[in-house]
Design a protein around this ligand. Structure first.
Ligand code: GLC
Length: 477
């Protein structure tokens, strides 16, 4: 049997262990899909052993050993643990000082914490003996891996190739200059690599150093070269020969209304939607909304930040409610938005409910029970909620940007699986909600057909996992 190509994903989050957003869902589902569909690969994942899940999983892991990791003048110890889950081997990097904290991110020394993680990945390679052909690094937290491979480890690991995936270019890992020598241990000669617009920019360094750069949809790959790159456009253009956009999938085994245990006895399929109707009643009950089967229930499941289009929603909120709909929101984020929606729930009892939380179980209930998902993002690298909602027959209303443009087609122009609008304006969003409401209210059979069309789109990882596999093979040639 030919030897398998060894691929190591490095990520600061990965489901089922830890996810604070879409990136963790994708690293988990992608590595699982690769292991399942591409038997020519040996796929493993390395992630920090955060206290939050260490307590839960430690007994299932095997301690492989420990090593010392240098960050400039610091010497830190790194414990390496191994765990097998669904055909994927996971390595966890243990260090009490950096990862024994309440949350994954949000600390003043995050730059140092993830520099440690990146350095520790090389310790994991030593301790485990798994020397990958390709390291696939995700977002700025792992940007130093391709950078170290072109600097400190250029000779030692000259055979390892890298893929760097941009999940969201808005978060670039910008830091003050002293960190370069004092924490990363890099010499001034290498400052060209990670210096950009008067500060350190880790994402820029990864784009420069990685052998391939990908992002999570073809449209976003175009957008970040022209205006959506948050200042990195010239760098992306310079390296566009190694850039490609590969659309994310979702785990269609986990997200399956026919088998989802979160739905209890209300499971359903595209051909028999009665479970969806009862899921709506259950959802309305759970959130103290009026039990109104024929009121269109609009939901938002999102981080509450302006580029997700939350500002647009606040500007049109009262007008939208005048249409006689119900509204449900789940998410956390900027405090002003949290307060805004909490106040709206108080002002509209029975019609508006809000849960300020990141809660996959409640999200599951909402995807199943709502009629419409609103995702009017200003920018959206890929977006997962529109695909998950679709799978549950909740019709997405999205703005044409990034992965939303690549996954949703407007049903007003022929075959569609949702509603799509172009302008980032209150008017465009309101007109689209009105069009959806008109179809929902006045043409119930057409609405049902739309739900079916929505549910029947294949958002699985099958195709995209193959594309990543091809990319790895091309690199390893
Ligand atoms: C980020 C992006 C989101 C994408 C996810 C997974 O969270 O904002 O659009 O779906 O990463 O790639």
């Amino acid at each position: 049997m030919p030897e398998k190509l060894k691929v190591l994903h490095a990520a600061s989050e990965v489901v089922p262990f830890i996810a604070t957003g879409g990136m963790g869902q994708v690293t988990g589902a992608l590595s699982g899909a690769l292991a399942e569909h591409d038997k020519s690969l040996d796929v493993r994942v390395v992630a920090p052993f955060y206290a939050k899940f260490r307590n839960k999983y430690q007994t299932q892991t095997k301690f492989l050993g420990s090593a010392e990791v240098n960050l400039a003048w610091r010497v830190q110890s790194c414990g390496v643990y191994e765990l097998s889950h669904d055909d994927v081997t996971y390595y966890f990097v243990d260090n009490e000082y950096y990862f024994g904290r309440e949350d994954a991110y949000g600390y003043a020394d995050d730059g140092e914490r993830f520099a440690f993680f990146c350095k520790a990945v090389f310790a994991v390679i030593e301790v485990s003996g798994f020397v990958p052909d390709v390291i696939h690094a995700h977002d700025w937290q792992t940007a130093l891996i391709p950078i170290y491979l072109k600097t400190e480890f250029v000779e030692k690991y000259s055979n390892i190739k890298t893929v760097f995936t941009i999940h969201n270019i808005e978060y670039q890992g910008q830091m003050p200059d002293f960190i370069m020598g004092d924490v990363f241990g890099m010499s001034d000669d290498d400052s060209d690599i990670i210096w950009y617009n008067d500060c350190i920019n880790l994402m820029k360094g990864a784009i420069v150093c990685a052998d391939k750069v990908t992002t999570v949809s073809p449209s976003y790959a175009d957008e970040i070269q022209v205006a959506g790159g948050y200042g990195l456009e010239p760098i992306i253009r310079e390296h566009s020969h190694k850039l490609s956009g590969i659309i994310n999938g979702i785990d269609t085994k986990v997200y399956n209304p026919a088998t989802d245990s979160l739905l209890g006895q209300h499971t359903y399929t595209a051909d028999n939607l009665s479970g969806k109707a009862s899921s709506k009643a259950k959802l309305q009950g759970f959130f103290d909304l009026e039990q109104a089967p024929n009121k269109m229930l609009i939901c938002v499941v999102s981080r509450l930040v302006s580029h997700k289009g939350i500002d647009l929603i606040t500007y049109m909120f009262d007008d939208m409610m005048k249409l006689g709909v119900q509204f449900l929101l789940l998410g956390t984020g900027e405090h002003a938005y949290e307060l805004f929606f909490e106040e709206k729930a108080l002002q509209n009892p029975g019609d508006v409910a809000v849960s300020i939380a990141f809660n996959p179980e409640i999200a599951g209930m909402i995807y199943a029970g709502a009629d419409v998902l609103l995702m009017p993002s200003r920018s959206e690298p890929c977006g997962l909620a529109q695909m998950i909602a679709s799978r549950y027959g909740t019709v997405p209303i999205v703005r044409r940007t990034g992965g939303l443009a690549d996954t949703i087609r407007d049903c007003r122009h022929g075959d569609g699986n949702g509603f799509v609008f172009d302008d980032y304006t209150v008017k465009a969003l309101m007109d689209t909600i009105k069009a959806a409401l008109d179809l929902y209210t006045n043409r119930p059979d057409d609405w049902k057909n739309l739900i079916k069309a929505t549910m029947n789109v294949d958002f699985s990882w099958n195709l995209s996992a193959l594309k990543y596999g091809d990319l790895y093979r091309e690199l390893a040639k």
